[in-house]
Design a protein around this ligand. Structure first.
Ligand code: PDD
Length: 281
């Protein structure tokens, strides 16, 4: 495997950043994960738009022009011969002697890009059987709209899910309303058959897959509502599913050991998944 690190393509095992990188010391950086399908980078423009927003909110400079960045991403994907998989991109505020205050103007940001193939059989198995989830209180900071590399709470929540025999942890706010997964957005098909997801303005990440599914749902003529929903409504829903670049649209069949609907993946999520791949290809 080959990684891109600050201007060079290096073998994965030799890909290093400096110990004084602010990403390492302060989680002072942002990232994107993007799907590659049949050699095509899915929703690249939207991912770069979100990267621009994350960088802007944290006042981190672009590591290079947007066009050059797209070129380096494509080259990293090509060098790793990824047809179906993911690329990971991370930009940090760069290397400087440890000090909470930002380094001097002109300190170059660090850029790392990796790409890897995914195993389609694992994804197919999750789609066929559905996944299990748990609910957890949201203990993150209030800027989760920024795709920051500060993911310790998310890692803790995923680990908690794993130890409970589940694959995702779903964050719940202080009012008992569903927020999002540790690394996914959450959707339900409500009792009226409406597709519901939380408004992106309210303490969640605006997922790219989420935005694309809103477009797809409209094309399929599905009724979509962006509104908050409670844990109780989720447990009583006709379907629950999660979306992310890594998991497009995984059905959730059990939450906190309670079975959702009849315990099998629902038809709406399947329809959406198929339509997603038509659009993406
Ligand atoms: N996570 N919410 C959170 C907290 C996320 O970390 C992610 C993505 C999403 C879905 O966003 P998108 O559809 O743009 O992938 C929602 C990535 C995949 C990760 O951390 O691996």
């Amino acid at each position: 495997r080959i990684a891109y690190v600050n201007g060079r393509y290096v073998t994965h095992s030799n890909a290093m950043v400096h110990i004084e990188d602010r990403g390492y010391q302060f989680a002072d950086g942002v990232y994107e994960v993007c799907e590659i399908r049949h050699g095509y980078i899915v929703d690249l423009t939207r991912h770069l738009n979100r990267l621009e927003r994350s960088l802007g909110e944290l006042r981190i400079a672009w590591p290079m022009s947007r066009k050059a960045l797209a070129g380096v991403i494509r080259e990293t994907v090509r060098r790793n011969r990824v047809r179906n998989g993911l690329f990971y991109l991370q930009v940090t505020r760069g290397v400087a002697r440890r000090d909470h205050v930002f380094p001097a103007e002109g300190t170059p940001p660090s850029l790392v890009i990796t790409a890897k193939s995914t195993d389609p059989s694992i994804i197919a198995q999750k789609n066929a059987n559905g996944i299990k989830a748990i609910t957890v209180p949201d203990n993150r900071w209030d800027r989760v709209d920024i795709k920051s590399v500060g993911l310790l709470p998310n890692a803790m929540a995923r680990q908690q899910a794993k130890e409970a025999g589940a694959q995702e942890a779903i964050y719940v706010d202080a009012e008992g309303m569903v927020k999002e997964g540790a690394a996914t957005n959450v959707w339900i098909v409500d009792r009226d058959g409406t597709l519901v997801t939380r408004p992106a303005e309210h303490g969640i990440l605006r997922g790219i897959t989420r935005t694309t599914l809103i477009d797809i749902g409209a094309k399929l003529g599905l009724k979509i509502e962006e509104r908050k929903f409670s844990v109780a409504e989720m447990l009583a829903a006709r379907e629950v599913f999660i979306t992310a670049a890594t998991s497009i649209c995984f059905p959730v069949v059990s939450i906190d050991s309670q079975t959702i609907a009849n315990g099998h993946p629902g038809s709406v999520s399947q329809k959406i998944r198929e339509a997603f791949f038509d659009v993406a290809e």
